[in-house]
Design a protein around this ligand. Structure first.
Ligand SMILES: NC(=O)c1ccc[n+]([C@@H]2O[C@H](COP(=O)([O-])OP(=O)(O)OC[C@H]3O[C@@H](n4cnc5c(N)ncnc54)[C@H](OP(=O)(O)O)[C@@H]3O)[C@@H](O)[C@H]2O)c1
Length: 277
């Protein structure tokens, strides 16, 4: 397998986040171990997991098996609503870092805001306290709306990354504009779109043919060329290699726009005022 070098985006507190990484949901521990080891061999350095995926031990095993130096990796994990609070976040950090087999986490994220519980501001402040101690290198949120982020910012912490559902049918212009105003990096989950039929859209397949790339590579290039970090998941070595091999071609402005035009405003987006864990 050829090793691909992935460009990074510089975060406010100094960490460098690769523009393309590996998603690990819904892999179990054994699958995660194999997939992570294969992905690291292929050049992946950003790995995304979560308490809720129940595979942090497998991710840790894959890292260990790869033999890579810890400092070369960018590890992301997330915690559930029961840990929202200063002490809770510390406990969540301890459990995740033990399972992953590391002594710091590059980016720790509040997985969902759970506004009904109303403790997400404390959760972000808890991550900021770990950052001060060098136990995490960047402060993150996931599935936060602009209203949630504004409350966190008003309380004195500006998250560095917000991981949201984003694909060509859900371009999320409003929240991305809010991120840009506050220097928050946008990271896309389900970057290939839920289900796989986005990859059959003529707007995508035509460009794939023109560029001699796969439909997935076109969609992932659409993300990263706009500065959006993408974390596609695949359990197949050939697709892992394919998904990271997107840094040797460009889409024109017009081509980017033709993909963005797939957003008709009708695709469902998980509502984080309602759903969470
Ligand atoms: N923060 C959150 O709330 C949240 C929510 C959901 C997900 N996530 C994170 O985001 C990551 C990615 O999201 P996701 O897994 O839902 O969606 P995704 O990565 O956009 O798509 C994954 C699906 O696409 C297939 N696939 C991957 N590469 C392909 C290729 N080159 N050609 C054709 N099909 C391909 C995979 O199948 P194979 O495995 O069979 O290749 C899998 O079925 C997750 O793994 C997780 O880490 C976060």
């Amino acid at each position: 397998m050829t090793l691909v070098s992935v460009p990074t985006v510089h975060l406010r507190n100094g960490a460098d986040l690769p523009l393309l990484g590996l998603g690990t949901w819904p892999l179990n521990d054994a699958e995660a171990a194999d997939t992570v080891a294969t992905a690291i061999d292929a050049g992946y350095r950003l790995i995304d997991t979560a308490e809720n995926y129940h595979n942090e031990a497998g991710v840790g095993e894959g890292i260990h098996r790869s033999g890579i130096d810890r400092s070369e990796l960018f590890l992301t994990t997330k915690f559930n609503s029961q840990w929202h609070g200063h002490d809770g976040v510390r406990q969540a950090f301890r459990t995740s870092s033990r399972l992953l087999g590391v002594d710091y986490i590059d980016l720790l994220l509040v997985h969902w805001p759970n506004p009904g519980q109303d403790r997400y501001v404390e959760a972000v402040q808890g991550i900021a306290a770990l950052l001060e101690e060098g136990l995490v290198r960047a402060v993150g949120t996931s599935n936060f709306k602009a209203s949630h982020l504004q409350r966190v910012i008003d309380a004195g912490v500006v998250p560095e990354v917000n991981q949201i559902q984003l694909d060509p049918r859900r371009t999320r212009r409003d929240i991305r504009d809010f991120h840009a105003q506050h220097s928050i990096v946008t990271e896309a989950w389900s970057p290939l779109g839920p289900g796989s039929n986005l990859l059959e859209e003529p707007a995508v397949t035509a460009l794939a043919e023109q560029h001699g790339k796969s439909p997935a590579q076109i969609v992932l290039r659409w993300h990263v060329q706009q500065g959006v970090v993408a974390i596609p998941k695949s359990a197949h070595p050939d697709r892992l290699a394919q998904n990271i091999d997107i840094f040797d071609f460009d889409l024109s402005e017009q081509e980017l726009s033709s993909i963005s035009a797939l957003d008709t405003g009708s695709a469902e987006i998980t509502d984080s005022d309602v759903f969470g864990h």
